[in-house]
Ligand binder design. Sequence first.
Ligand code: SF4
Length: 477
Amino acid sequence: MQVTSPQFKDNAVHALADAQLQRALGNVRGGFIDKRRKAVEALPEFEELRESAKAIKNHTLDHLDLYLESYEEKVVASGGKVHWAETAADARGIILDICRMANARTVTKGKSMITEEIGLNDFLSGVGVRPVETDLGEYIIQLRNEHPSHIIAPAVHLNADQIEADFRRVHDHLRPDRDLSEPEALLGEARRVLRPEYFAADVGITGANFLVAETGSSIIVTNEGNGDLTQTLARVHIVVASIEKVVPTMEDAAQIIRVLARSATGQEMSVYTTVSTGPRRAGDPDGPEEYHVVLLDNGRSAMLGTEFQEMLRCIRCAACMNHCPVYHAIGGHAYGWVYPGPMGSVLTPALIGVEKGGHLPNASTFCGRCESVCPMKIPLPKMMRHWREKEFERGLNPATQRWGLKFWAFFAKRPTLYRAATSVAVPFLKLFDRGKGRFRFLPLAGGWTRYRDLPAPETRTFMQQLRDREVEARQAA
Ligand code: SF4
């Protein structure tokens, strides 16, 4: 994936002109928002739960080293193994070693954004291990050789007719005249095609929504049950999770789960909440023979103690992107890397550097909806502003923008001069609106006026109008 500012602008232009994508994005604009609102309204203590979830994560992040060590002890005590991966390359190498030890040819996978972050599928395919995505959305985009465009609905950018065409193209061993016009038919076909893969797989890889320090358990929440089959039927189960997924106790995980599904899909609970603790024990009817956890840092420990630490509270519910007008307009692929929407605009520069991802915090209207719906109360707009400051400090934004801001700052720090300059500039600018009250073109604002007009200023400045009103109020008194 390309992660550059020009690429983002090109992607956004193409996304806006893509009628198919715009039709698919209608599902995000409507469905998720209504469902979340109803779920939240039905739970009077939702605000209290948000506060408590935030407090749990803040406490954990303040003692992350202790909880991670305690988690590892408990995993080992239950017969599993923890592998520490500082970078994406380390994580890929560890996973490959485990696959080689298991003589794995086929690996089933539950939905996992972390494995997207480390580019696992391409890597495994390149070394002769066949990854099979088992989440329906992930399976669909794997057939298309695409990446997820949403963190909980990876194929939300597609319409049913596109999926039907992909199934007919790839499942060419099935009867060509079969009826795939209903979503249930597509689902049934995917289930039938995927079912044998669980039994063929030597290794099952899942992510984790939570890692529980007190028990050494990993928890996944899903709606399809594919995660359970992935981790139960293969001989070896690998959990790939980032370090901030740890919580102290099972009770803490349960508290956060109460805000997770409501914020994500508007459900009270996801259909499956699955807890795994170590490999199969004597007498267990099923389960893997080996249980490995790959704990990924990949830049997260460097966020601790910085203005971006709060981002590590994120539980990947996607409410922020579901409510973001920029995401609604361009979808997830335009963002150019794994994490789209407001959470991606903060997390991506932290993980790949502001030099590559610095344009993303600018893809925001700062309307504040993301923060208002975030169950973990993450101040996303504030952190995007921090990234913009860093971009400015490092001279990464365009020279016109930098000089424009310096010019404005010079006047803004001198109020008398500022008022004098605006009292001259405002009537002068007014001359160019040709009496229409709006500009169709304005030098240095071409990026704006190319697509929309810009309201012309009033003939008097805000301060002048304020003074006029004060005088009128005094006279009326
Ligand atoms: S930032 Fe908040 S709203 Fe967005 S995915 Fe993370 S927890 Fe959910």
